[in-house]
Design a protein. Structure first.
Length: 651
């Protein structure tokens, strides 16, 4: 048998948990927080005292079902926030100790990554041990930060545009004993800050954001480099230094800040930026600025896909390497210049928040790819149709030696003949029925090719239509635009997998669609163990028997909740926070998702006015004898109940 000849398929081996781990890549993106149990269910590892305890996500959902909570639901695991804060701070502590670095690490969490009150409350509580602070980029964010940051040793870093109210709040907080740093993002900000500080009699602590020349790859590369929207170039920084010196306030300049982006996939870009920033820092010290702090901004990446580092959603480094490289890069430059090591701040919000939230959805409907059985041959078919009949017979003939090269030839031919058939239909040379038969033959041949190639384990990458078209559509109870806006906006990969049945072989190749009336409301790029795929392997589901099939969408804790929008007026999902209390799974906080009435009020409808208008319509129908008075009552009850209902599909 030649190497290219398809092998006789062996009976499929029993599907195991290890097969599911490989298929969905959970070992790559789960970071040890998520795993698959021996029962074939996804588990999250939560703190049970000093130990970690695996808790089934499907079991959590069953408990919510018993309590009357509908899907979709966003699960929050505060323990994972604590784990990430601990890991980041301990990694920096280890790197500082091993490098004999003389400065401290003081991280800050950027509120914009996830502004939810519960998240900020837990981050400030868990971070207090490490004097972990907050970053605010707007007035609402600094107002939230000032209410929740009580630690005088933690930093509050103020970025973004700042008006008088913003600056005054920061200076008041400084008078009250908090460590607040006002970062100059634009050259024009300095005059206003100095004017307000003189009026209030407060000497401000200032930072300056530099535009580094170092550029990085990935979607967020524009956050750094000369094309960055924010930050000062070197000439502008020097003018700030001169202005402060003239005002006798150069000692106020204590921090240098830069920002490469929230997800930098290549560690070389991280190190290069840290080295360049350290050179600028040294230059500012040599100019006479007090300095003392170097803020690295964001950039610490997480592995959304665990695949190639060329993917924006991946990384070619881990947290330990990140910390070691920036500490080493900064110390090399400052030691060479004889400048004391600065304290280090990072704004690693994505790395802190992403893991702690999981969106759980149920499958509502399935549109299966099932090729139509070809009808009886037509009399006097046109030549193109005859070619398709012959191809079908050739591929079905057991006497033919079906090498990979021969199968590729069949594929090329069937694609060519269908395109030619459709072209001739447009010119009126082929009838509608002839075209229909031709398309049925096309799908039958492709299905047969797919079966042969899959069973023999051959590469189908050169036959893109086999995977791009021959897929099922599973309709999930969610909105991409509300819950996964980055999936739609920037093609962000989010891990998706079943929460149960993971000891069963998944045999359906699937694209996941939401329930919006929009062709963009779907996910068609999925995490696999070795590469991103255009379809996801899922199990067949007997929806007619009311079988429930649960999917989890992971790593959605950063940015998604706030960026989500009201496309089709699908609102916020239910949110449930889960932890272990006294050894038992406990739902510590439940926040109801938007009702229909609430969502309508966001777009300027008044529910009471809607009811009044609809009641008038119903009464007119009674008067016209189209409905009875009793029917009117039932209709009004349905309408008002609908206003109170969940915006998503309810059972």
């Amino acid at each position: 048998m030649s190497k290219s000849e398809p092998k006789t398929p062996a009976p499929p081996a029993k599907w195991t948990v290890e097969d599911s781990i490989t298929t969905y890549g959970i070992d790559n993106w789960g970071h040890g927080y998520f795993d698959i149990s021996s029962a074939g269910e996804v588990v999250v590892k939560l703190k049970d005292g000093r130990k970690s305890k695996p808790v089934s996500l499907a079991q959590i959902i069953r408990g919510l079902r018993e309590r009357g909570t509908q899907l979709p639901v966003l699960l929050r695991f505060g323990d994972l926030l604590r784990c990430r804060i601990e890991e980041l701070n301990e990694c920096f502590a280890t790197s500082i100790r091993e490098a004999n670095y003389k400065g401290d690490y003081r991280g800050v969490y950027p509120i914009k990554v996830n502004q939810q009150q519960e998240v900020i409350e837990e981050i400030t509580r868990y971070g207090k041990k490490y004097h972990y602070g907050l970053e605010a980029g707007s007035k609402p964010e600094i107002i939230a930060a000032l209410a929740y940051m009580q630690d005088p040793k933690a930093f509050i870093v103020c970025n973004g545009y700042k008006d008088e109210e913003f600056i005054d709040l920061a200076l008041y907080a400084q008078k009250m004993g908090l460590q607040v740093i006002l970062v100059l993002e634009m050259p024009t900000e300095l005059d206003l800050i100095l004017e307000r500080s003189r009026r209030m009699g407060v000497k401000p602590v200032l930072g300056v954001r530099i535009r580094l020349s170092t550029e990085s790859a990935g979607h967020w590369s524009d956050s750094g480099g000369d094309g960055s929207v924010f930050g000062l170039n070197v000439s502008q920084v020097m003018r700030v230094v001169d202005q402060l010196r003239t005002a006798g306030m150069l000692d106020c300049l204590q921090m240098l800040h830069y920002h490469q982006g929230s997800q930098i996939p290549d560690i070389r870009a991280i190190r290069s930026a840290a080295t360049e920033a350290a050179r600028v820092y040294v230059g500012l010290v040599q100019e006479g600025a007090k300095m003392g702090i170097l803020d690295l901004g964001g950039g610490l990446a997480i592995n959304y896909g665990g695949i190639s580092p060329d993917e924006p959603g991946s990384a070619n480094y881990g947290m330990r390497e990140y910390c070691a490289d920036v500490v080493e890069g900064i110390s090399e430059v400052t030691d060479e210049a004889g400048v004391p090591h600065p304290n280090i701040i990072s704004e690693s919000g994505r790395a802190i928040a992403a893991y702690h939230s999981v969106l759980v959805i149920n499958v509502l409907d399935i549109n299966r790819f099932t090729p139509t059985k070809t009808p009886q041959p037509l009399q006097n078919p046109p030549p193109l149709l005859q070619h398709l009949y012959e191809l079908r017979e050739a591929i079905a003939n057991p006497e033919h030696k079906l090498t990979l090269e021969r199968l590729q030839e069949f594929y090329n031919d069937v694609v060519y003949y269908l395109e030619k058939l459709r072209s001739e239909f447009r010119y009126g040379k082929v009838t509608l029925r002839q075209r229909a038969v031709g398309e049925d033959l096309y799908w039958e041949i492709l299905s047969r090719l797919s079966q042969i190639l899959k069973s023999s384990g051959h590469d189908t990458s050169k036959m893109e239509r086999l995977t791009a078209v021959m897929r099922d559509f599973y309709y999930g109870n969610f909105s991409v635009f509300q819950s996964l806006p980055d999936s739609w906006a920037i093609d962000q990969l989010f891990p998706v997998m079943p929460l149960h049945r993971l000891k069963e072989r998944p045999e359906r190749s699937v694209v996941l669609s939401d329930i919006t009336c929009d062709c963009d409301g779907r996910i068609d790029r999925f995490v696999h163990s070795d590469a991103a795929q255009t379809s996801l392997l899922l199990h067949d589901v007997d929806l007619e028997a009311n079988e429930e099939y649960l999917l989890g969408i992971f790593l959605v804790g950063a940015y998604q909740e706030t960026l989500g929008d009201l496309h089709n007026l699908l609102g916020d999902t239910h949110v449930v926070s889960v932890r272990i209390v006294d050894g038992k799974v406990t739902y510590v906080r439940e926040i109801e998702g938007d009702s229909v009435g609430e969502v309508l009020s966001y777009v300027e409808y008044e529910p009471a006015d809607l009811v009044r208008r609809f009641r008038h319509l119903a009464e007119k129908a009674v008067t016209a004898k189209r409905i009875t008075a009793k029917e009117r009552r039932e209709i009004m009850e349905a309408y008002t109940e609908g206003l109170r209902g969940y915006t998503y599909f309810e059972f």
